[in-house]
Write a protein that binds this ligand. Structure first.
Ligand code: KIV
Ligand code: ZN
Length: 561
């Protein structure tokens, strides 16, 4: 923004709350959740959901555990009306779920809303009108405070008068001073108390006062002050649930909600993944999983986040961004090598299957498996990745347990490849690159066949007779040693081809069962330059795997000389 344009904007006023308590509070229990996906979320879609899509979304919300669901604005259009009728007439609403309907404080709309609710078992009638000075001046043409309060009072009176139209429905009343976030706090309270005076809620049958951040104008601490001020100044706190409804204009909808809960609110309205007007409504998934990550049960089940995301993306035609907390494609992926190493150490330390063990893996706030995501996707390799990341993928995805001292050589080779390709490598590409560079290398030397004779008279001595090709020419080479590898090294020496020292040898079975391959790893050192080379052999026979590992290391040395 250009400096002279900044003068257009005024600082936001603070709340006079000298003894604020919320900074010392902690969240210890979940609020009442209300989904507004089918109303605030739907009204903000470029292509609103069809009735079938709304139905699918409704059932998803029920399965997820929502007990209060705002299903629309039935007086606003025939489609909205028809959807609610379908929910009621076709018995889609479980007994323990309250459907919520939004209505402006206008007579004909309130009457139509009551028509739409006939036959519902439990319903929340949600009345609203806007109260902020900006709305009073701009939208309502300098309407006075009293006239705006009167709209709320008259609307409430009418809801109360029409209440007997629904004798079989358990009706809860909700009022929202829309634009609460920039309404004078004393005036918000005055309007809400006038509404309560009409509705006459009781502690046994409280109403809901929803205090919306219709537009997020300021920092979350001011929101918390507003909520605490409201809760501590209202006359009959026990006769209303205080509800939060945040939007995300400054990107702090989640923070506002969390601080609002510290400040005393009882209830939270929001949507899956934060769909909603402009920058969206509060993302309920994030707030609920944040609570789970502190050991608080929420009553909402996001253990199969992929399915929830799939239904959401298909029915709303919105996409969940890659960095979206918990649900985004990349949020359980570490690119940095040091992060990868730390994650691998953290995961390796865990005892699998012990659900009581406290979570403690660096860089991961929750166990991805708790929301149906897997470890497999956690680490991808790009040119920034460390040696541990490559080894982790080869181990977890392909069962290759590389010796620790082999990690740097392999890590460098694979990272160089990622660098050359200018992209991250998937697990299969990493395996292919590892095979291309280290496994069963056959040039210039290749082992066609071999025979081992174990000498019983001299304990452990073995004679190896091998048929090999060197630069395409066949040779039969013979050597003796205290094991197959040693004997083969002697055979190379007898041939005048040995120019290295044998440093290390390991092997293991890949996977479990009888039809497994074996992997062997051999490290040799160039006698002239002291340079170290690893090679790997993979073969159904463990002996052959060892010899192929030696041949691979040898070929890598020769090609480098
Ligand atoms: O954001 C808002 O203020 C609303 C109200 C209608 C509750 O959606
Ligand atoms: Zn809203």
């Amino acid at each position: 923004m250009k400096p002279d344009h900044i003068r257009k904007y005024a600082p936001f006023h603070s709340i006079d709350l000298p003894n604020r308590q919320w900074p010392d509070q902690t969240i210890t229990k979940a609020p009442i959740w209300c989904s507004v996906d089918l109303r605030d979320g739907n009204q903000a879609l470029p292509v609103p959901m069809s009735v079938e899509e709304k139905l699918e979304m409704f059932h998803l919300l029920v399965r997820t555990g929502f007990k209060q669901i705002e299903v629309g604005f039935p007086s606003a259009s025939d489609t909205e009306f028809a959807f609610l009728r379908r929910l009621i007439d076709e018995n889609h609403i479980p007994d323990d779920v309250q459907v919520q309907v939004l209505v402006q404080a206008r007579e004909h709309l309130i009457r139509r809303t009551f028509e739409s609710l006939k036959g519902a078992r439990r319903a929340i009638v949600h009345l609203y009108n806007s109260t902020s000075p900006l709305q009073r001046r701009v939208t309502f043409g300098n309407a006075s405070k009293d006239s705006i309060k009167q709209i709320a009072v008259d609307g409430t009176k009418l809801v109360k008068e029409l209440r007997p139209m629904l004798p079989d429905t358990e009706v809860t009343f909700q009022y929202s001073p829309e634009s609460f976030s920039d309404t004078e706090i004393e005036y918000s309270l005055e309007v809400c108390e006038a509404v309560m005076d009409v509705w006459q809620p009781t502690a046994e049958k409280p109403m809901i006062l929803n205090l919306p951040v219709t537009v997020e104008w300021t920092t979350p601490n001011i929101h918390a002050d507003q909520i605490e001020w409201f809760c501590t100044h209202m006359k009959e706190r026990d006769k209303a649930f205080i509800s939060l409804h945040t939007h995300n204009d400054r990107g702090t909808g989640v923070a506002c909600t969390e601080l609002g809960l510290l400040a005393g609110a009882d209830r939270v309205e929001g949507t899956l993944f934060g769909n909603g007007e402009r920058t969206g409504n509060l993302d309920i998934v994030t707030v609920a999983l944040n609570m789970n990550s502190h050991g608080i049960a929420t009553g909402l089940d996001f253990s199969d986040i992929a399915t929830i995301r799939e239904v959401y993306e298909r029915t709303t035609r919105m996409t969940v961004p890659e960095r979206q907390p918990y649900a985004g494609e990349l949020v359980f992926t570490a690119f940095s090598g040091s992060h990868q190493d730390a994650i691998k150490k953290g995961l390796d330390l865990r005892k699998d299957g012990d659900s009581e063990e406290r979570w403690g893996v660096p860089y991961l706030t929750i166990d991805p498996r708790d929301i149906g995501r897997t470890y497999e996707a956690i680490i991808r390799i790009n040119s920034q990745s460390g040696k541990g990341g490559v080894a982790y993928i080869l181990d977890r995805e392909h069962g290759l347990e590389l010796p620790k001292t082999m990690h740097p050589e392999v890590g460098t080779a694979i990272n160089n490849l990622a660098d050359a390709q200018g992209k991250e490598l998937a697990a299969d590409e990493i395996r292919d690159a590892f095979y291309d560079a280290f496994v069963n290398q056959e040039s210039p030397l290749s082992l066609s066949d071999y025979e081992l004779v174990h000498r019983r008279d001299q304990k452990g001595r073995v004679t190896c007779t091998a048929t090999v090709l060197y630069d395409g020419k066949p040779f039969e080479i013979v050597g003796e040693g205290n094991g197959p590898i040693n004997a083969f090294v002697t055979a190379l020496d007898n041939q005048g081809w040995k120019n290295f020292r044998l440093i290390d040898y390991r092997s293991h079975a890949i996977g479990v069962g009888s039809a497994t391959d074996s992997a062997a790893y051999v490290q040799i050192q160039n006698e002239t330059t002291d340079q170290l080379y690893w090679g790997c052999g993979v073969d159904p026979s463990i002996e052959m795997a060892g010899l192929r590992a030696l041949v691979s290391a040898y070929n890598r040395l020769v090609r480098d000389s």
